[in-house]
Ligand binder design. Structure first.
Ligand code: MG
Length: 159
């Protein structure tokens, strides 16, 4: 078994779409970035890559490459998971925490889990998505940013 951890932060700006775990959420503010800036998916990809010491998403999908401009992070996640599968590993489970002050994510959590499970070909019971605030402290608390943490367990496929 291999374990991986990922972390990502994006600035929140007015007028950007807010897409988290592939789910578009109604909000006046959204994460800024080169791709669709789906923060929890970026953290999850880094966790998957980290578990196999394959570098990070900056290495695989460079910001300077226009190919990834406004990229759908769910599609990037599928290609990262194809890499993981190609190395002979399969997802055991993933646990993600999204940190933001607003909007409340609770109405969207099940859909977010479903989107990730679908992208990874995993059972939904293997995918946990949680949301928390930081009690109005720091950059997530004042609404200037959003953060996400992800941890994954990979299992070597037995033939
Ligand atoms: Mg990112």
């Amino acid at each position: 078994m291999r374990i991986g951890f990922g972390y990502d932060v994006h600035r929140l700006v007015e007028g950007r779409r807010c897409v988290l775990c592939g789910v578009e959420i109604a909000s006046d503010f959204g994460p800024d970035g080169h791709s669709d800036a789906d923060v929890p998916v970026h953290a999850l990809m880094d966790a998957l890559l980290g578990a196999l010491a394959l570098g990070d998403i900056g290495k695989h999908f460079p910001d300077i490459d226009n190919k990834w401009k406004n990229a759908d992070s769910i599609e990037l996640l599928k290609s990262v998971y194809a890499l993981v599968s190609g190395k002979g590993y399969t997802l055991g489970n993933a646990d993600i925490t999204v940190v933001l002050e607003s909007p409340r994510l609770s109405p969207h959590i099940e859909r977010m889990r479903y989107m990730l499970a679908d992208a990874l070909g995993a059972d939904i019971s293997a995918i946990s998505v949680k949301a928390t605030t930081e009690e109005r402290l720091g950059f997530t608390g004042d609404g200037s940013g959003i953060a996400a943490y992800a941890i994954v367990l990979l299992q070597e496929q037995t033939v």
